[in-house]
Design a protein around this ligand. Structure first.
Ligand code: ADE
Length: 271
């Protein structure tokens, strides 16, 4: 996988991605990362790449030509038109499905905007994908590009070691990860679930799957609609749901009684 990041702040990309697992993958040549400074394509000796917006308004707009030239330079280097991702809060929200789709590409270009955005005409010309990393506004596209590169790289063969990729992950089968524990077995009076100390691997696996299901149901229930569950696991989920419903009904009854009792207490006493 070859990443090409078009940016006004190449040092941000380089400093951000040369550590940990991604840094190791770059060093091993499994992925390459090239931060292309859009200013190098300014076409003027001041390196000026922005101008006032037509029609007025606050801030500056990144001009079309430097972005276009930076993009063309990447195309010329790789000899074809790659997917060009523009990072913007107006894009489609980044997801694990998108991660796996982007990971199939040989080259990916990330276009990072700043100021009030980029001249619309060049976006129309070069961008293939508009992506947002969430419903909030950042100062530029560099952090979103790094988030995407990190997530996509995990799906590039060889980036994760066997041990790392064998690890159970959040979103495997659309379920959240089960809770993890390490030594000591008792920490400030809190014990590790005894099953994990039992040495019974099959039971540990069942417990972990159940914890994943429980956690997903408690924290991200909408994911369960697309979760891959066995028959037994579906029964387990049903049991959790029923238990919760019973608890809920119990609470209502208790509350109802309390409310009745309160009302009675408030009533004037006959003397
Ligand atoms: N640029 C600014 N905010 C962004 C966001 N939330 N996602 C992607 N790119 C952005």
């Amino acid at each position: 996988m070859h990443y090409h990041v078009l940016t006004l702040f190449p040092e941000m990309i380089e400093q951000g991605l040369h550590t940990s697992i991604i840094g190791r993958a770059i060093e091993a040549g499994i992925i390459t990362l090239s931060a292309v400074n859009i200013r190098d394509y300014a076409g003027n000796r001041y390196g000026k790449v922005d101008d006032y917006p037509y029609g007025g308004g606050a801030g500056m707009v990144m001009q079309a030509e430097p972005v276009y030239q930076a993009c063309r330079a990447v195309e010329d280097t790789i000899g074809r038109k790659p997917r060009v991702i523009y990072l913007t809060p107006q894009g489609q929200t980044f997801s694990q499905t998108m991660v796996e789709d982007f990971a199939k590409e040989e080259d990916l270009v990330f276009l990072c905007g700043h100021y009030e955005g980029i001249d619309e005409r060049v976006l129309e010309e070069v961008v293939t994908d508009y992506v947002s990393i969430g419903d909030y506004v950042l100062t530029g596209g560099e952090l979103p590009a790094m988030v995407m590169i990190d997530a996509i790289s995990r799906f590039v063969p060889g980036v994760l070691s066997n041990e790392e990729s064998a690890q159970f992950e959040s979103f495997q089968d659309n379920l959240l990860e089960y809770p993890q524990y390490s030594r000591p077995s008792v920490w400030r009076g809190k014990e590790v679930p005894p099953i994990l100390l039992s040495g019974h691997h099959a039971n540990v696996e069942i417990w972990r799957r159940q914890q994943s299901i429980l956690r997903t149901w408690q924290r991200r229930p909408e994911l369960l609609a697309d979760a891959k569950l066995t028959k037994k696991e579906q029964q387990y989920l049903e049991k959790i749901r029923q238990e919760e419903q019973e608890k809920e009904e119990g609470r209502k009854t208790v509350c109802g009684r309390t409310a009745d009792a309160d009302r009675k207490e408030d009533e004037p006493h006959e003397s």
